[in-house]
Design a protein around this ligand. Structure first.
Ligand SMILES: *[C@@H]1O[C@H](CO)[C@@H](O)[C@H](O)[C@H]1NC(C)=O
Ligand SMILES: *[C@@H]1O[C@H](CO)[C@@H](O)[C@H](O)[C@H]1NC(C)=O
Ligand SMILES: *[C@@H]1O[C@H](CO)[C@@H](O)[C@H](O)[C@H]1NC(C)=O
Length: 981
């Protein structure tokens, strides 16, 4: 989140040898079925919907949610359920009722449920006394004359509410029915299985929810267009929050930090506070808004300055009024104090902060009249705040220590020492959206779900179980990461296996868009997460462009992944019924289309600049494409704003192109375009070889990087023939050897109409190539002007690899290995592959809570590799996720050794004093990776084994590269080497 002052300015294919073992997402099976053949207790049919009965003294939130369920049956069946508020005595009088009946009740509060318990028809022992748990089952012969009822019993009122929404989702109403226009599934019949009890809870995390933040221009603009603003000007009134609370409860959450950039939750609408309580939502305030008072209240109501040292009395009076106002509502109180807005205080010392928190606790006890241990309180360890704690500050054990990430999704701290035993436990404040250094990211979704899984299971398993709160920005556009996060917070055990996110995503996609596209939508969004893990949109304008325009064809191949992905997303979209297309567009097609368009702009700017140095006339066409993409971006925004007749107008108002510092630009702007002046038309033919910007005719002879018989699979080797001026020419390529050939051997190149560049991809008949090193030469002749001849020299390497070698093989002085392709037989079984994690293939980590490992002696990953080149000073480059030192007592380290050589131990992230980010942090989070290089000395040609030891469970490795003199600059490193199996 931002200081308030800022507001004003406003493929490599899977290698089966090393494939990870498959396992499944442990989602509980649904007890509902929908076919016309009878299957259990009938809840719905043609013109038939259930009667939903609730006892009159049950919690208001249960009665309210029961009405939602009746309406949800209506959305699915076409005929509404009805809600009957009645005691048990009235219920059993109506023995003859013919409609299906659902009982909903809180154990100990509802006479409906309690009578079934006392008559031993219902066993609630599995949930009784537990937090927010529920079960539902078909009870037969609930009373004389009645064959059956479906009973939803909650251990407490929120448990009952979650049971209600669980059923709503299973029959076909998505939590995203409003926020993402997910269409309810139409059913003719609904049956509940007679056989089993469906039981859930308690949740893995006690308080779990979302923070609406960085909420302008999108959410704020939309709010103003749709809700009547309060006297203070904020549109975040109770009619707005109804939609938020509905979503949070349907996601089985219970906690919200309200929007606060220009609003005051409790004042903007006096109904806001009671409404949250009616729904059963705990309200909090953000990290720098103590005692349930909004930051914006300070300007209106605080007497004197926001400074404990100089204005203690004024600050205390202001803070006291928070619990006095909120005491009857469900509230989690933020404690502590920071400076004004989202900034560090210049005057606060640790001892002052100790005094503030102690005073706040006594003020809470007085206002609320309960022992402090019964009042939920948090102290948010955000930004500079952990520094006070690290320096030895003492805070009452009842306070939850709410740790935080680095604003980029990397958790900064897990509980250490005795912290886990604190009565108040720990929490985590996490981000899917951020305003601030190194750049904002607040336009559309840039979250990789696998990283959320990796960081949040680490969080949970490290003992952070009391509170999870995630900054969801404007909420819309972040539907998918929000749903995933809340699902983990509800039941972390469902996400036990590292491929659980893949499984969850498929199941979730099926529920939003239908089974027919579930697999494809999941795969599309998995790839989308990988592409955005490489760079967030806002970071693309940093210079130099991180994707290399020449080496490893990085810009070109990365952009091709976007265009391929868009083709798939468009096809999946077009296969859907029109009614489902809106939600698919909002969640899947829009981010892919909008993302591809922004990547097109930056990729083509980078390529255009390279083409200009080669004097390719198509640099000018790229510049035109960029302008067209810039216009397309505006059209995509308009399209989003026109969905459902403008329902989501303003949600794409956020600028996102042309950042030049951390803060958003006031408008989108085109990056600088490069164009060229055409060459003389008698020098129209140009040729450039892959991996180099040297070009014919500037260079008469071009030498390609060596082609190896063991080159990386799936990587094209090519040179381009292009026009340097407008006009047309025909060329022909001849080869001096029988084993080297090219595609597009003869072609016509034409500009401005026609094809200004043609690619000649080399094809080698390796069987015919002589062993060892050899050279072949290709000649490109302009047939219009036969004196123009370019020579392309192709070095060929066909070394001898021992037949029994298994592992990665060097080509062009590089061995590149995806981390998951370790040799299982020689590696410790403790390692876990996280599929789809990171920028290329996957990640490998140790399970959370693995003890720190001794350097070069603990759990090992072994990578056999073979080199043909001798290196005087080889190095090993290790690519890791951007994880922080979550345990400051055990910073992230790895050891690496080749063969019997001495091991080198590398600390990936430097330690800090707890208040600032480590050196190198900004670069790592922008690039989505820490990359560390160690020298390993002389390396002879032949067989080797690289041993990598991760020493901590708080880190994850994605790729390992052995550099014997050939690694080139790039964002993601060389493509994976060929593997001998
Ligand atoms: C069903 O319930 C919804 C929501 O309460 C209401 O808008 C609709 O009119 C009802 N339909 C019928 C047929 O009563
Ligand atoms: C090359 O020859 C083709 C036909 O043979 C002709 O159309 C084209 O204009 C010629 N190009 C130049 C630059 O002379
Ligand atoms: C090269 O490929 C072309 C077809 O693409 C083929 O006609 C030609 O015979 C090939 N030449 C050699 C030397 O293999």
């Amino acid at each position: 989140m931002a200081p308030r002052s800022l507001l004003i300015g406003l493929a490599v294919a899977a290698l089966s040898l090393f494939a990870p073992s498959a396992s499944a997402f442990k989602e509980k099976p649904s007890p509902f079925s929908f076919s016309s053949t009878p299957g259990g207790y009938q809840l719905g049919g043609p013109n038939l919907a259930p009667e939903i009965r609730v006892a009159p003294n049950d919690a208001p939130g249960v009665l309210r949610a029961a009405k939602d369920l009746a309406a949800d049956f209506g959305k699915v069946l076409g005929v509404n359920g009805t809600v009957v508020v009645a005691e048990w005595s009235a219920t059993i009088a109506q023995t003859g009722a013919t409609r299906p009946i659902i009982f909903i009740g809180t154990v100990g509060k509802s006479s409906l449920v309690d009578n079934l318990i006392s008559s031993q028809k219902l066993d609630v022992a599995p949930i009784s006394g537990k937090w927010e748990s529920y079960l539902y089952k078909v009870v037969s012969s609930p009373w004389q004359g009645r064959d059956a009822v479906l009973v939803i019993a909650g251990s407490d009122s929120r448990g009952a509410v979650f049971g209600i929404y669980d059923i709503a989702e299973r029959i076909g109403v998505s939590p995203w029915h409003y926020w993402a226009d997910v269409v309810p599934t139409k059913r003719q019949y609904i049956w509940a299985s007679n056989d089993n009890t469906h039981q859930e809870g308690p949740p893995s995390i006690k308080y779990r929810g979302i923070f609406l933040n960085d909420e302008a221009p999108a959410l704020t603009g939309w709010g103003k267009a749709n809700f009547k603003a309060s006297q203070y000007g904020s549109a975040f009134v109770s009619d707005f929050y109804r939609h938020i609370f509905d979503l949070v409860l349907r996601l089985k959450g219970n906690y919200v930090w309200p929007a606060m950039w220009s609003s005051m939750f409790y004042l903007d609408d006096p109904k806001n506070g009671p409404l949250a309580t009616e729904y059963g939502i705990f309200m909090g305030t953000s990290h720098h808004e103590p005692m349930a008072r909004a930051d914006k209240e300070q300007g209106r109501f605080l007497k004197g300055s926001w400074d404990w040292k100089s204005n203690k009395a004024g600050v205390q009076t202001f803070m006291q009024e928070g619990p006095a106002r909120a005491k009857n509502w469900s509230t989690i109180y933020t404690l502590g104090m920071r400076g004004s807005g989202d900034a560090a205080s210049a005057t606060l010392s640790s001892s002052a902060l100790e005094e503030i928190i102690a005073w706040q606790q006594s003020a809470l006890t007085k206002a609320i009249g309960k022992p402090i241990s019964e009042i939920p309180q948090v102290w948010v360890m955000y930004k500079e705040v952990p520094g006070y704690w690290q320096a030895g500050m003492k805070v009452s054990d009842d306070v939850t220590l709410l740790w935080s990430d680095d604003n980029r999704g990397n958790i900064r701290r897990i509980p250490i020492g005795n912290e886990e035993k604190r009565k108040g436990g720990s929490g985590m404040y996490y981000h899917f959206d951020y305003v601030g250094d190194p750049r904002n990211y607040k336009w559309i979704n840039t979250i990789q779900l696998q990283k959320t899984w990796e960081q949040m299971t680490l969080t949970h398993d490290s003992g952070v179980k009391n509170i999870w709160i995630v900054n969801v920005g404007d909420l819309k556009a972040l539907e998918l990461p929000t749903a995933h996060y809340m699902a983990i917070a509800w039941d972390r055990d469902n996400f036990d296996t590292p491929d659980s996110t893949r499984q969850w995503l498929k199941s979730w996609s099926g529920r939003q868009f239908g089974e027919a596209v579930a697999e494809e939508a999941a795969s599309i969004m998995t790839t989308y997460g990988k592409l955005t893990a490489r760079h967030k949109y806002e970071d693309l304008s940093r210079t130099p462009f991180a994707f290399h325009d020449t080496n490893y064809d990085e810009v070109e191949l990365n952009y091709k992944e976007w265009t391929d992905l868009l083709a798939r997303a468009q096809k999946a979209h077009d296969s859907l019924a029109t009614a489902v297309q809106d939600s698919f567009f909002e969640i899947v097609l829009h981010p892919v289309l909008a993302g591809k368009t922004v990547f097109e702009i930056y990729s083509k700017v980078a390529l255009g600049s390279r083409y200009a140095t080669e004097k390719r006339i198509s640099a000018n066409k790229l510049a035109k494409d960029v302008q067209a993409a810039f216009s397309a971006d505006q059209a995509i925004t308009k399209r989003f704003h026109s969905i459902k007749n403008g329902k989501w107008n303003h949600f794409m108002d956020q600028t996102h192109i042309g950042y030049n510092n951390w803060q958003e630009p006031s408008s989108n702007s085109l990056p600088k375009l490069t164009t060229i002046t055409a060459a003389a038309s008698n020098a129209i033919m140009g040729v450039s070889a892959q991996g180099s910007t040297a070009a014919f005719p500037g260079s008469a002879k071009l030498t390609m990087a060596p082609l190896s018989a063991f080159g990386p699979p799936g990587v094209d080797r090519y040179f381009d023939v292009f026009a340097r001026a407008d006009g047309t020419f025909t060329y022909e390529i001849t080869s001096d050897s029988a084993f080297l050939n090219v595609t597009n051997r003869r072609g016509t190149v034409s500009s401005p109409n026609g094809t200004p560049d043609l690619r000649a991809v080399l094809t080698v008949d390796w069987a015919a190539v002589p062993a060892g090193s050899s050279t072949a030469t290709l000649t490109v002749t302009n047939l219009n002007q036969t004196s123009a001849k370019a020579t392309v020299v192709v070095p060929l390497e066909k070394p001898t690899l021992p037949a029994d070698f298994k592992g990665h093989v060097e080509a062009d002085r590089v061995v590149s290995i995806e981390a998951e392709h370790f040799s299982p037989a020689d590696s410790s079984k403790e390692y876990v592959v996280v599929p789809d994690y990171g920028r290329t293939l996957s990640g490998v980590r140790l399970p959370p809570r693995t003890p720190s490992q001794p350097a070069a002696k603990g759990f090992v990953l072994a990578y056999p590799f073979y080199t043909f080149s001798e290196a005087a000073d080889a190095s090993v480059v290790v690519y890791l996720g951007p994880s922080e030192n979550a345990n400051p007592n055990s910073p992230n380290k790895y050891s690496v050794a080749v063969d019997g050589g001495a091991a080198t131990t590398v600390q990936v992230v430097p330690l800090t004093n707890g208040s600032s980010q480590p050196a190198g942090w900004a670069d790592a989070v922008v690039r989505g990776s820490y990359v560390k290089t160690s020298k390993v000395g002389k390396l002879a040609a032949g067989r080797h084994v690289l041993k990598l030891y991760l020493l901590e469970p708080t880190m994850i490795v994605t790729k390992v590269v052995v550099d014997v003199g050939g690694v080139k600059t790039s964002l993601m490193g060389p493509p994976e080497s060929w593997v001998a199996k």
